[in-house]
Design a protein around this ligand. Sequence first.
Ligand code: ZN
Length: 314
Amino acid sequence: MKAVWTVGGILGDKVASVDFVADLGFDTIVMGNASPEVRAAAQKRSVQIVTTIFPFADDGFKRNYSHALQKVRDYEYQIGGILAEQPWEQLTAGSYQWHPVSLTRSGMCFGHEETKVAIRARIDKALSWADGIALDGFGFMNYYACFCDRCEGIRAEMKTAEPDKPDLDILVEMSTKTLVDVHQMVYEYAKSIKFDAIVTDHVWPPFRPDEYIGHQFKLDYCTQTISWFYPPEWRLERVEFEAAEMKRLEDQSINRFVPFIGIYETGGHVRSAERLVKELEIALKYGEGSVVVSRLTTLQTQPQLAAAVKSMLK
Ligand SMILES: [Zn+2]
């Protein structure tokens, strides 16, 4: 899979952008939705369209199933309120962190039946037209656990069964199982309605207790970050180290590891073409020819980066 992930949209004519993507050497485009014209253009160029599935609650879900929303600790809610007021740049690149302290989205808690029903409905809708699905946001809003009544109750039962086990071990065990289980559910459901559907993801938000958890997720392709959109920019040695570690952990009976490279065109965060070529070399080596590059708007506005990608994917 050589995919471009269109975070932040597509500039200009969408049909023309399919040709642009195909000309660069990509065989897959990850996008929110596609008109029949875009789908026809993609088919003509043998580009697969994979559409994103998010586990965030819509207004109806929030209204009807508030018990099934992820709950974070009180202080994390309070931090979330402060974060929502700050300029995005200060929370991320400007303070040298890829991810803010806590996410402020309303994530559905994966263990609840209502959540499973909502996710399945999103998959139904997606696979009615797309070649596959890409999971995005399948993690915890605080990056490690949910504290809803159901999750707290399960941990209390686990503690009763194994009183000597440290609370933190119980928390990590349960959170890990929650994420592994929801990927398994999604994979099986997607394949049951379309056996040849592509099921992929981007591991985000990261899971703090184990940032390499991706190798445990049942998927066709598990896309994991080896280079992020903006600072802190890892040295190339670390980029290669991370790719090698993700490859080492890969179990191909569970998924194929695909390196994810984020690129950006604003805020002075445009990467050099020389650097991108080196990152792509690492990605293609450890991804055995597979890579995901995001985002498309950067390639559309930075011809030197588009040329770099084209030279590496051909
Ligand atoms: Zn929960």
